[in-house]
Design a protein around this ligand. Sequence first.
Ligand SMILES: Cc1cc2nc3c(=O)[nH]c(=O)nc-3n(C[C@H](O)[C@H](O)[C@H](O)COP(=O)(O)OP(=O)(O)OC[C@H]3O[C@@H](n4cnc5c(N)ncnc54)[C@H](O)[C@@H]3O)c2cc1C
Length: 707
Amino acid sequence: MFAPRIVSHATSRCLRGALRSHPSPILSRLEPVKFTKSTGFNVIRSLRTVHPPAASTRGTSISLARNLNPLPKRRFSPVLLQVRRYADAAAKAAPGKVKKPRSAIVKACIRTLTMFGFIGAVFGGAIICFFIYDATTYSEDPEVIDIPVSELALNPERGGPKNLPIARVLVDDDESEGRFNCKHKPKLVILGCGWGSVAILKTLAADQYHVTVVSPSNYFLFTPFLPSATVGTLELRSLVEPIRTILARIKGHFLQAHAEGVEFSEKLVEVSQIIDGEKRHFYLPYDKLIIGVGSQTNTHGVNGLEHCQFLKTIDDARKIRKRAIGNFEKAVLPTTSDEERKRLLSFVICGGGPTGIEFAAEIYDMLNEDLIRHYPRILRNEVSVHVIQSRSHILNTYDEALSMYAEERFARDHVEVYTNARVQEVKQDKIVFSEKTDDGKVLTKEIPFGLCLWSTGVAQTDFAKNLATQLDKQTNKHALETDTHLRLIGAPMGDVYAIGDCATVQYNLAQNIMTFLRDIAWEKGKDPKEVHLTFKDWQTVALRVKKRFPQAGQHLRRLDKLFQQYDVDHSGTLDFKEFSELLSTIDDNLTSLPATAQRAHQQGQYLGRKLNKLAQVAPGMHANGLLDGDLDEAYYKAFEYKHLGSLAYVGNAAVFDVQGYSFAGGVAAVYLWRSAYFAQSVSLRTRFLLFMDWAKRALFGRDMMDL
Ligand SMILES: Cc1cc2nc3c(=O)[nH]c(=O)nc-3n(C[C@H](O)[C@H](O)[C@H](O)COP(=O)(O)OP(=O)(O)OC[C@H]3O[C@@H](n4cnc5c(N)ncnc54)[C@H](O)[C@@H]3O)c2cc1C
């Protein structure tokens, strides 16, 4: 039985319309029923009694069919379906009078065409809107207004140890209300516009500081995709974002120049720029200085690196691309001998870390996907790719299974990998290296090359080296040392920070032993060296250690076990010697943080948040006269690095080492790899360009031009 409620409005409307316009004997059967929503049920029952449809009811049926046929199927309730069945039967009895229902194929075609028409209309509309918008972006009469510029900006006073101009005011400090408001805020100077610096700029709240970025490049470079740009998978412009665009939100300033040195006592950075061949120096004053100048390629003292290519900057990627394509063109010339062709088509990569491996993978992809399409096929047969790695595996910082996966994949793709091999010298057209065999023999080998990439780790920039020599407490030869609040050790406290590749966090837990013991000793009224820590004391100290050195937290999970292990004399307490032993062991287990974009980014975000906090509490601190002391420690937690994982592209496959889980895979993993970095991209503009590049490669292939 149908319940009255299932007769929809549409049903009763149809029935009513049909029966009113065709008074027939059926109506007399239905009288005195009125066709309302709730009585539709009775109508159906009445209609069902007319079986088969009589001639007298045909008019009604035809009308019903006309009313019902145009309704989309999904709108038929079970009741309506019955009505329709009835109507169809009636229609058959009166052919030619009823509009024949359309076949399913015709309906599908109409629907598809309607859909395409709709989509076309939307796109057409969008294109028209875009052109209208585009037309509004051209300005024929630029607005010329008077811009106030401070006299001090045009003619800076001189001073400092070298009596150089001091840029206390910049030419755009007064140009708008927003900038003018920032003019008298604390001066925050950031050196470099890489991963660390950009993370700060993106985290800083607007209008808190007068921000100036100093860097020789006026763009941020998205390095993880740099290997893809060397072969044209991605375009160089898709990897960069103008630093001025990033600075606009916080009304910051940019000076394209090199930082040369820092006068810590006078809070001045010495900056230089070459204009028309003349090197000009000036000072930039700061209240807070952040050093994020990155690193340079480590040469390991090998001779002949001038014959190698590096992969650190946009220019490097451009040079590699030009050289590779140039070599392909030379290799097809009739004057090129066989031996020369093989050399031109030999790619040697020194360094089996992620950068070297990704470059080898990209070269391999290009050879298979584009070289064979555009160049004589003989070239593909004569191309060779070689990787020279000093360790026993490539990608040796990844899980072993992933290294093996990458090695197997390279073996399958005929990429030759030499492990336990050290480069001795690079000559103009060949590389000389030694390889340690499994039986311990050391063999000297040579490989002629047309292109050699040197990618063997990072070293300090000259600027960072100079700073380290200025500060007695800086003893690390590889990077500037900071404390866990990222403050440069040796510089006045709270003035200078260092982040990213140029810096390393110094833990030295054992050296801080007295700090930890002092408070406990004070409570017990003893000399710190004579304090014996009970388990309760040890729990308190462990909390302090964790707060000051968050990275040590993972080694302080089982306090009871550690206590038992280091209580050598089983006295139930830890004496000074036992406690220092314990801290030294934790110290040894604390590895230095990796020189990666991930680390630089986290440090930048941390500093950005801390600077926001310090700006917030500054008025209160000034009011209470709290201007000195360890304000960072008082107002913000120490920096803790959280390793999110490592990824690498290995040629139409990718490997992931994420939080203790490792996995590798083919094209699906490549999409995951791309997505992970795509999400990290700094702007909508670069995301759009990256997407277009990937689409372009898929549709048209890579551009094989040495532009
Ligand atoms: C090809 C390649 C691929 C990489 N892939 C990955 C990856 O997949 N994942 C990952 O985590 N990391 C990757 N890295 C490492 C990552 O790029 C670095 O760890 C990261 O860039 C470090 O950031 P940073 O802010 O310290 O320095 P950088 O990003 O190197 O920026 C340094 C900035 O300082 C400027 N500068 C230099 N000298 C001076 C000076 N004297 N005065 C003022 N400014 C100066 C430079 O112009 C630059 O703007 C890759 C690196 C390369 C080269």
